[in-house]
Design a protein around this ligand. Structure first.
Ligand code: CMP
Length: 403
């Protein structure tokens, strides 16, 4: 049995087998020495003796049979971590015919009889199998989930005893009163060290959040003042937006004043990874400038969406619907956490009236993009048929411009 694939035979099994072997050996030797003594008769005739011994050994036999049942079940073995809900937990050190010895995480010995153990709810983390732990933390509301999750993922990477076989799960557990409540589910190489590993994970989270300047939450109350305003932050915001817009190639011919009026009207939004910012076929009367992140321009493919192009910081999209009045030509999906500035028709129209050469530049871009769309779009052959003058005319017509 020691050489078998099941590993080492349990000490309980060894004891039971030894007792049986001893009894059989005793019977055989006894019979060979005293062939005249009817051993079977003695054994079957001693009913009263059996009852007396049985009653005296009631608990012991109960333990023995409960132990055999537990072993037959192979519920746990030496080295496993078991948790007797509310009664203690630790590493199984020994399984005998009487009970189980558990070494607790305070290095104390917990001895529990098989009969009692057989009636308990036991949680087993088997040695050699991957078991998970969950560590909780919370953050303030004003940091985006995608950023926090990335920071924590980077922070806990490489923690000792964190299994590389399973990717940790970092997710929002609930929206707390004054915090975003998070949990990190991770798998351990050696579950017996879970207390130390939990602590290491928490430590890494603390350092990671600290470096990223993400605050842990504590009960707070935010008081909003509705009367009166503070002009300085708004000014600052507008000049930051002007700065961003000045990096967009297509707005290069615009004066500072024009950029300012665009910035005035721009609204900023943040999208989660995988979120669609505009959807093909929907109406649209605004364009977007990418401030952070990246997007994929997609159209329906045969089985999965087909990516036509990718756009990055300082690129823009949504101009086709804005300038032509047609439905959105593609779906634009954030590939990572993406911040955009959205500018509507009302803000763009006066700028076009003042700077008609913008229409030329935009129409050129639209034609190129449409041709690219047509190369991918097998379903709609008309997508790329518009020539530049046609687009220009539709822009002029849409805005009612004099050109
Ligand atoms: P709109 O049609 O308003 O909405 C979808 C947007 O995807 C579209 O405007 C363009 O801004 C963008 N788009 C479409 N095709 C391409 C392309 N080939 N390259 C880059 N962007 C594109």
């Amino acid at each position: 049995m020691r050489d078998g694939s099941q590993g080492k035979a349990s000490s309980l099994l060894q004891t039971v087998l030894s007792v049986i072997i001893y009894i059989v050996a005793f019977a055989m030797i006894f019979q060979s020495r005293y062939p005249d003594v009817p051993l079977t008769g003695i054994l079957t005739g001693s009913t009263i003796l059996g009852i007396v011994v049985g009653l005296a050994l009631q608990d012991t036999l109960g333990n023995l049979f409960a132990g055999i049942a537990l072993q037959a079940d192979q519920a746990f073995q030496v080295g496993d971590v078991i948790d007797l809900k509310g009664k203690g937990s630790g590493v199984v050190e020994n399984v005998s015919w009487r009970g189980v010895r558990i070494r607790t995480f305070q290095n104390k010995l917990l001895v529990i009889s098989n009969a009692v153990l057989g009636k308990e709810l036991i949680e087993v983390a088997a040695v050699g199998s991957l078991s998970a732990r969950i560590v909780f933390f919370n953050t303030v509301y004003n940091v985006s989930p995608a950023r926090t999750a990335q920071v924590v993922r980077d922070a806990i990477r490489g923690t000792s005893n964190l299994s590389v076989k399973m990717r940790p799960v970092i997710r929002i557990r609930s929206f707390g009163d004054s915090s975003l409540d998070w949990e990190v589910k991770y798998w351990l190489d050696d579950y017996r060290l879970y207390n130390d590993t939990d602590a290491l994970i928490r430590e890494r989270i603390w350092y990671g959040l600290n470096r990223a300047k993400i605050d842990f939450a504590f009960p707070t109350r935010t008081v909003y003042s509705v009367d009166g305003g503070n002009d300085i932050p708004v000014e600052e915001m507008i000049s930051t937006t002007v700065e961003i817009l000045s990096h967009v190639d297509v707005f290069a011919p615009l004066s500072d004043e024009d950029l300012r009026s665009l910035a005035d009207a721009a609204v900023s939004h943040t999208y989660a990874p995988g979120e669609a910012i505009v959807r093909k076929g929907s109406d649209g009367d605004s364009m977007f400038i990418i401030v952070r992140g990246q997007v994929a321009v997609q159209i329906p493919g045969k089985s999965a969406p087909e990516v036509v192009n990718r756009l990055y910081v300082n690129d823009f999209f949504g101009e086709m619907s804005l300038f032509t009045g047609e439905p959105r030509s593609a779906t634009v999906v954030a590939q990572e956490e993406t911040a955009v500035l959205q500018i509507g028709t009302d803000a763009v129209k006066p700028i076009f009236e003042k700077t008609p050469e913008l229409a030329d530049t935009i129409s050129e871009i639209i034609v190129t993009r449409r041709n690219q769309l047509a190369d991918h779009d097998n379903f709609n052959t008309e997508t790329g048929q518009d020539s530049r003058p046609k687009i220009l005319t539709s822009i002029v017509r849409f805005f009612g411009l004099q050109k």
